[in-house]
Design a protein around this ligand. Structure first.
Ligand code: HEC
Length: 123
């Protein structure tokens, strides 16, 4: 008898913990709601991200894999070909970038995506 009630308590605990992140869409949705993409610019939201995460390997003197991400014209080239978003979003068919360490955070990626959608302005 005692074993049986323990069994049901275990089921109950399992059910409750499963509900914690039950609504994944809300969970991630919140994250994106906190991401302000209303005023995305190349200077504030794209260039610094490349400087911090990418140019150590992809600069004018060291174009790893032939890729240079040190200035607007070069960054624009990879944005237009789709490989900038493909690599940072870890899409199939692209090498995930940066190659070591964590993926860029969702908000940073979203801002770069918005910049690409807004005609790749040099602003
Ligand atoms: C530690 C060095 C290093 C860093 C940092 C790095 N890369 Fe790369 N990148 C590489 C190497 C090595 C390759 C070639 C590897 C391959 O093709 O599998 C590459 C290839 C690429 C390519 C072409 C490959 C493809 O699949 O189209 C793009 C575009 C690229 N990187 C973008 C980026 C971006 C954007 C960042 C910053 C978020 C970044 N890289 C950071 C080393 C680096």
């Amino acid at each position: 008898m005692r074993n049986k009630s323990l069994f049901w308590i275990a089921i109950l605990i399992f059910a409750i913990t499963q509900c914690t992140y039950h609504n994944e869409e809300d969970y991630f949705g919140d994250n994106q709601d906190n991401c302000d993409t209303s005023n995305v610019t190349f200077t504030n939201d794209v260039f610094p991200v490349m400087q911090i995460n990418c140019v150590s390997c992809h600069n004018t003197n060291n174009t790893t894999a032939g890729v240079n991400l040190s200035d607007y014209n070069n960054i624009k080239r990879y944005a237009e070909s789709g490989s900038l978003l493909g690599t940072i979003k870890h899409l199939p068919g692209f090498s995930p970038m940066p190659p070591s360490g964590p993926k860029l955070d969702d908000c940073t990626i979203l801002k770069i995506e918005v910049w690409v959608e807004q005609e790749l302005n040099n602003n």
